[in-house]
Design a protein around this ligand. Structure first.
Ligand SMILES: Nc1ncnc2c1ncn2[C@@H]1O[C@H](COP(=O)(O)OP(=O)(O)OP(=O)(O)O)[C@@H](O)[C@H]1O
Ligand SMILES: CC(=O)N[C@H]1[C@@H]2OC[C@@H](O2)[C@@H](O)[C@@H]1O[C@H](C)C(=O)O
Length: 356
């Protein structure tokens, strides 16, 4: 899995043999700065972008293969013991709206199968879009398989580049949607003003003051008030969008306001759509941002707020495990989408298979 934060590749070995979901091993391979900036540029129209996208797809296949080889070598597992690789690819555009209806995740999956000698399942989103859905979020079906409990009404909050929610109520249909920016804007602002890829624990944000007028402006866009199904990405929430709302604010005050933007958009989504939830479990890299978690706990007081580590999958590896599970669904010819989440006409078998 490589998500919208563009930090690198999360590789996991997941064992489904006993019919449960057991996270066996993990490996993280960061992107180098050159690849990250090419991917960032590909999120917007640029000169010769088709050629760049194809070259980057090949490069990504090599990076994913390197992550997989390390993961297997570290754990003395050979390629023939692996049924399939679930490879999400790197999203560079996501346009689910009816007039466009496309999403692009880069990876040369055929090359990845050649490099690893393992079957690859890729292109998970386009079938759901073809069936009228948003193509995202896809993790809710995995959250149901891994985290549903008959005694609780749970919300799983994945705070990646973008944040998304899944509602698991044993007596209702599973629902979920993208609720807004997770780390994307925090990372972009922090990088620009401190040179660091992210604001460790939110320490820098904690030195600033929230600017209420800026927060109101950022929250006033249609995305936040539109009802689900909905999904988003860098196409909407990017540095330029943030900059267009700024005057001469202090950088640390902007960072504090961005923490509040993520906090308010997540907590309002829960309070509006899932007011009966009694447990909130956080995952994704944003769950490591202590300042953000502190604010979330404050605004969701009355609900239990904890990390998915408590449910058996550490926050950093939930999403990658989800794509191992989604690949298994494809191989078993089971559906991977939840129509109530994505808005698709029905359940679909997702993904394209490149056999070893
Ligand atoms: N200690 C930490 N303090 C603050 N932020 C952190 C910390 N650790 C990770 N993060 C944040 O988490 C991000 C990575 O999160 P994650 O791996 O979930 O993103 P992703 O895979 O791109 O997710 P998605 O696909 O859901 O967008 C980093 O870019 C950073 O913003
Ligand atoms: C198009 C795309 O890559 N979307 C990502 C992104 O990152 C989080 C959120 O936006 C979610 O919709 C999705 O990822 C997760 C893995 C999903 O599909 O559930």
């Amino acid at each position: 899995m490589s998500g919208t934060s563009l930090d690198g590749v999360d590789a996991v070995l997941v064992d489904f043999r006993s019919d449960g979901i057991s996270l066996a091993k993990t490996f993280f391979l960061p992107y180098d700065d050159a690849l990250k900036s090419k991917l960032l540029a590909l999120n917007h129209p640029e000169y010769d972008e088709l050629n760049t996208a194809a070259v980057v797809s090949n490069r990504l296949a090599h990076v994913y293969a390197a992550a997989i080889k390390e993961l297997l070598k570290d754990n003395a597992v050979s390629p023939h013991e692996i049924t399939a690789i679930g490879c999400h690819g790197q999203t560079i555009r996501h346009c689910p709206e009816i007039e466009k209806k496309y999403t692009i995740q880069l990876v040369n999956a055929a090359l990845l199968a050649e490099l690893t000698c393992i079957s690859v399942v890729s292109d998970f989103r386009s079938r759901d879009l073809a069936a009228g859905g948003q193509g995202a979020p896809l993790v809710p079906a995995f959250h149901r398989a891994a985290f549903m409990d008959s005694s609780y009404r749970r919300v799983i909050v994945n705070i990646g580049g973008i944040a998304n929610l899944t509602y698991l109520d044993p007596s209702a249909e599973v629902s979920g949607f993208d609720c807004g920016p997770g780390n994307i804007l925090l990372d972009a602002w922090c990088q620009r003003h401190t040179g660091k890829h992210f604001d460790n624990n939110g320490d820098w944000a904690a030195t600033g003051n929230i600017i209420p007028s800026l927060l109101d402006k950022l929250l006033s866009i249609d995305f936040f008030s539109s009802p689900p199904p909905k999904s988003t990405g860098r196409d909407l929430f990017n540095y330029k969008w943030l900059e267009s709302h700024l005057r001469n604010e202090l950088p640390e005050d902007v960072q504090a306001t961005l923490i509040q933007l993520s906090t308010v958009s997540i907590s309002q989504a829960i309070q509006t759509y899932y007011p009966n939830a009694n447990e909130i479990y956080l995952c994704g890299g944003g769950a490591r941002n202590l300042h953000l978690v502190h604010h979330l706990k404050k605004s969701l007081s009355g609900m239990k707020v904890a990390l998915t580590d408590e449910l058996g999958i550490p926050v950093d590896w939930v999403e990658a495990s989800a794509f191992a599970w989604l690949a298994r669904q494809t191989i078993l010819r089971n559906p991977g989408n939840i129509p109530a989440v994505t808005g698709a006409l029905g359940e679909r078998i997702l993904g394209a298979v490149y056999s070893a």
